[in-house]
Ligand binder design. Structure first.
Ligand code: ADP
Length: 298
């Protein structure tokens, strides 16, 4: 392998530096920087209005930026042509695929746009639509249509897949199935940029996350490190005669041993490790962007 090929292998699939976007006088992105490495799944998290869709749309080449640098698969998205687009998979929030064609027809049609598409049968099975392949898309349920969206996003065998709230409207079983599908794509080396309001989904699927609020990245890191070590300290909870007791401690086993030694089996004993959701809510309240959700949507 040549040095330049090695270098290419190591270059991130997405690189954003000081990204800025203004809508008229309104600053939607105020200097956002992050990288997504090849094969990585990165979750962009944040409340409504934080700037997630704007970021993604700039990276997909759908929106111009007001400032900063962006590189996607080595190309400035502002200048990405059709060959570059064919290397991306895009699952938007609302694609509104509701046509008078069957699932299979739609997928076969879209497969024709790509140089090296996935096998239509495999994709149909992958998204769990085998019993619906000959059904008209407009006759599918909302969750089933969402699976068609996902199928269309991956049919071209993308190197980089954008998933914007992919499982909204899924029942728990469909969500689990979808997670299995994404794990398969990860194993194949697909780079994924995910947004979701389901923090358990982000924690399950992603390697790293960035938390955005008010157009700024307020934290970024590995899923098990984001928020810092302090935010991850477990809580031992139990009940005694005066009610529920809690202690935050890095040595929960020692606390439990102490409790047992002092009074036998503690009632209602739990050791709770803060989840990504707990850490996320803590970070947002510390940054005081709770008012953002109150903004009128345009
Ligand atoms: P998110 O995806 O995190 O919910 P968005 O990127 O959609 O956030 O929006 C970020 C901010 O930019 C919001 O305050 C939103 O109202 C505003 N915004 C988004 N699109 C436009 C637009 N086309 N014109 C004006 N303001 C917009």
């Amino acid at each position: 392998m040549t040095t330049s090929a090695n270098h290419q292998e190591r270059s991130p699939h997405v690189s954003v530096r000081d990204l800025r976007k203004q809508y008229g006088g309104f600053v939607a992105l105020d200097g956002v920087s992050f990288d997504i490495e090849q094969g990585e799944t990165f979750a962009l998290l944040g409340p409504n209005g934080a700037g997630k869709s704007t970021t993604i749309e700039v990276l997909e080449g759908y929106r111009d930026r007001s400032g900063g640098e962006a590189s996607v698969l080595g190309v400035d998205p502002h200048r990405g042509g059709i060959a570059w687009k064919a290397r991306l998979g895009i699952v938007l929030q609302n694609t509104g695929e509701s046509g008078d064609v069957t699932v299979r027809e739609q997928l076969s049609h879209f497969a024709g746009y790509y140089p090296n598409p996935r096998n239509v049968d495999e994709v149909i099975v992958g998204v769990g639509l085998e019993t619906k392949e000959n059904t008209l898309i407009r006759k599918l349920s909302g969750g089933q249509r969402r699976r068609v969206d996902v199928a269309l996003g991956i049919i071209g065998r993308p190197e980089l897949l954008f998933l914007d709230e992919p499982t909204t409207g899924f029942d728990p079983e469909a969500r689990r199935q979808f997670w299995g599908l994404i794990e398969g794509l990860k194993t194949e080396g697909t780079t994924i940029l995910l947004t979701t309001h389901y923090l358990d989904e982000a924690a399950y699927l992603s390697d790293r996350a960035g938390i955005i609020a008010g157009g700024r990245l307020i934290d970024i890191g590995r899923i098990d490190e984001i928020g810092g070590a302090e935010a991850r300290v477990p809580i031992v909870r139990w009940q005694d005669a005066s009610g529920v007791q809690e202690r935050r401690t890095t040595t929960p086993g020692a606390v439990v041993a102490e409790l047992v030694a002092a009074g036998g089996e503690p009632r209602g004993l739990e050791i709770v490790r803060p989840s990504l959701e707990d850490v996320y809510l803590e970070l947002l309240s510390a940054n005081d962007h709770s008012t953002q959700e109150l903004e009128p949507s345009l």
